[in-house]
Design a protein around this ligand. Structure first.
Ligand code: NDP
Length: 332
């Protein structure tokens, strides 16, 4: 069994990742937190044998093969670099870092050490997104003209902390959700955004960071992407539409953490419901990561994918802040 250590006593670890790791026969050896009490509490809740606050001690444990990093965003860089130095494979939360150079440095360090580095972009692991990608690749909708991403949701009260008031921890809806949407666009269309225009706002929750953003991205093929993220929309629901010369795809409730939603294809022959697999998104990410560590293929979303999604999000924020079109800088 693959032996994991959790770096970060987070909500996402509790709610999804502990279960996902165990569903793939992973063993969780210990959990690290900035607070001994929080670490012990999570360990007790989930029957994890070890807990602590000392990163070097955790990384010196030869029983740990891989780490899952789900701390606040400014901590990902030092923790990932330390884990890589200790020879551990890394499954890292998005955004990988606050700055592009930092994200690139993490990914490069893993590559140089011959370690697997994965980014937790769960949406591309879903049956719904895979079905849509296959539909597009098969040519059913012809040439893709546009993609509309609807990802304006309501941040639940228990998560209304650093995300809405701590720019230094990587708060704001752009690092939180636009990175996912960038990954979705790249995954569905198989190409990387070239330039973006954008506006951002604080619409009720954000204190010193944006809680809403709208942007438009130009793709190399000429396709246009429209993307909307927010923390303040209780009833909007999520979804996406892909419009092509021969058909349109309408997907509802597919920008979520759960294997739900529906997809409809509309062409000259009429409307058709598209079926898809309803497996757990996070467990699928863990499955691909385990396989990659065992030498079989790549993670569902690689470190490079995490660098690119961050690059797009940073361009969106820059474009919104400056009121100009920004070319996406993917780094060297
Ligand atoms: P949380 O706020 O739940 O946890 C983040 C950190 O906050 C923890 O590591 C913990 O620090 C600290 N913390 C938790 N509770 C307290 C508390 N009561 N007092 C003080 N500090 C506390 O964040 P999330 O789980 O929502 O997000 C964590 C990371 O995962 C982020 O990078 C986020 O972007 C990402 N994420 C990704 C998702 C995905 O689908 N891929 C979904 C949700 C989040 P410590 O470790 O020191 O205990």
């Amino acid at each position: 069994a693959m032996r994991w250590a959790l770096i970060g006593a987070s909500t996402i670890a509790r709610q999804y990742m502990v279960g996902a790791i165990r569903a793939q026969q992973g063993e969780i050896v210990s959990v690290l937190s900035g607070s001994a009490e929080r670490a012990r509490e999570l360990a007790d809740e989930h029957q994890i044998p070890g807990s602590g606050t000392d990163l070097d001690e955790l990384l010196a444990n030869p029983q740990v093969d891989v780490v899952y990093i789900s701390t606040t965003n400014e901590k990902h860089l030092p923790q990932a670099l330390a884990a890589i130095k200790a020879g551990k494979h890394v499954f890292c939360e998005k955004p990988l870092a606050l700055a592009l150079d930092d994200a690139s440095a993490m990914v490069r360090a893993a590559e140089e050490a011959g370690l697997v580095f994965a980014t937790n972009h769960h949406l591309r692991c879903s049956g719904s997104h895979r079905a849509m990608r296959a539909l597009i690749a098969s040519g059913r909708i012809g040439r893709v003209l546009s993609l509309r991403l609807h990802h304006a949701v309501f941040l639940p009260p228990h998560l209304q902390g650093w995300r809405i008031n701590a720019p230094d921890a990587g708060g704001g809806v752009i690092p939180d959700i636009t990175v996912h949407d960038a990954d979705v666009a790249r995954f569905l269309l198989g190409e990387d955004p070239v330039s973006v225009v954008a506006q951002m706002a604080s619409s009720g929750l954000g204190e010193g960071v944006e809680d809403s953003a709208m942007s438009v991205w130009a793709m190399p093929s000429g396709a246009m992407v429209m993307s909307h993220e927010s923390f303040t929309h209780p009833f909007a629901g999520s979804g996406l539409e892909v419009h092509g010369t021969e058909g349109s795809i309408f997907a509802r409730d597919v920008m979520t953490q759960n294997p739900i939603g529906s997809i409809e294809l509309v062409t000259a022959s009429g409307r058709e419901a598209i079926g898809f697999d309803h497996h757990d998104l996070y467990a699928e990410g863990v499955r691909r990561f385990h396989a990659a560590v065992a030498g079989d293929g790549e993670p569902a979303a690689t470190g490079r994918d995490g660098v690119k999604s961050l690059a797009v999000a940073l361009a969106v924020r820059d474009a919104a802040a400056r009121g100009v079109r920004i070319d996406v800088n993917y780094g060297g």
